[in-house]
Design a protein around this ligand. Sequence first.
Ligand code: BES
Ligand code: MG
Ligand code: ZN
Length: 497
Amino acid sequence: MITYSVSQMPSKLNCLIVPLFEEKGMDSYIKSLDKEFGGVISDVLKSKDFEGKKLQTSLIYTKDKGISRILLIGLGKEKDLNVKKYKEVVGAAVMTCQNKKMDKLGFFVQPGLIKKYSAKKVGLDLSVASEVAAYAYDEHKTDKDAKVTKLKNIEFVGEFNVATKRGLEKGLEEGILVSSGVNFARHLGNTPPTIMTPEYLASEVQKNFKSIPKLNVKVLNKQEITKLGMGCLLAVARGSEHEPKFIIAEDWGADRKRKPTVLVGKGITFDSGGLSLKPGQFMTDMKFDMLGAASVIGAIKVAAELKLKKNIIALVPAAENMPSGTAFRPDDILKAMNGKTILVENTDAEGRLVLADGLSYASKYKPKEVIDLATLTGACMAALGLERSGLFTPEEKMNEKLSYVSNSVGEQLWRMPLGEEYSEAMKSEIADIKNMGGVGGERYGTASTAAAFLQVFTDYPWAHIDLASAIYGSKGKPWIRAGANGFGVQTLVEYLR
Ligand code: BES
Ligand code: MG
Ligand code: ZN
């Protein structure tokens, strides 16, 4: 656990992080600090070793007993700064220090940013970016020295008045809750499929939500899933040793009479492709196929802990997609909970199948709106790359609001189309629909045809997010380590506020 504080005067630190804009001098606070340290910062700036370019760093040793190092880090040009970039710079600075085994950090907060975004927003972004940067999935490393340093304290320093100090502190407090949801989602995602089975996912939710009184959790087992007629979820799970689970978390934070917002997350704990087996190189990283689930679980946790006065439901159809003698087959015809029949053409198009039952179940709530999150198609990744997720919705209002809030937290969404041609492509001659289809070619427009498939199971305002950007893959970035990145949690929390 990192503790945070806000103060005018930095105390004893391993390092004070000073973010600087390109083509802009030091703030007056940094100027006076620089003077105190005999001009070490201005020396670096004069030398042009450091020009404030985004993510450029310079580490200065001060010979001071209180603050032994100063890390300059570039924010890039001031006019180009946005929330995403700011968080990346904050995260990169924290990770740089943590990688050098420092655990007591200071961070200078520019007065200009407080003016631009408000103290609370800056505090929120600072703690979320720091916590996200500090998180590492290293519990399987047996070499203690290979584990990352646990950060103890981060002190935010600068020229604050009573109001801005209080605003920052309030934001930091919220940021701790938000980031704990983000990192919980990442942790679930990073957990290997030997451990992360549908029953484990369900038990983790039950265990973690027990201490949050606002959250009710119910887990449906195979028998109950069968009784509800969730023929698709059952089929996808049939090849696995592990039974499917249907996880329901409810937060009735507002009047019960008010219609809830329902979040549905794809919870495939491992996607081998089933009998339509994936080739080896496409099977790695398929433990991440439950990141939609992880994000809705993380989001409802945060919403409950922030005590939002909203009615929110999170639904997770969870299964493992495996090939075996009992597995479902291409040519099978399945019946979803809403009665629609589906011809299976490819068992690797399993996400839409479990979501068919999840979205059908959502109808029970007569929801105000439903948002589903899913690592649904390789096509969406191919279209957008790993740093943006696809947004599909017929609702202009939901599109506007989701785009706005995602931008405000630094997560990138890009609207993709729904439409008749995609819906047509999913029709079947022998069942109501089929689980695969393209427009003008088998492989064309398949992120949209997948979304059009989901649309069949909605009878309420709905948006679908295809999580191309939920993983940063095996490499990580300067501001976040490899693995799941928790994409969607912050967007959903902002949306629900
Ligand atoms: N889980 C995959 C989609 C995916 C692929 C997510 C790569 C993240 C990275 C999904 O279940 C899948 O296999 N989709 C197929 C659908 C196809 C068979 C119609 C795909 O996208 O190739
Ligand atoms: Mg698949
Ligand atoms: Zn999948």
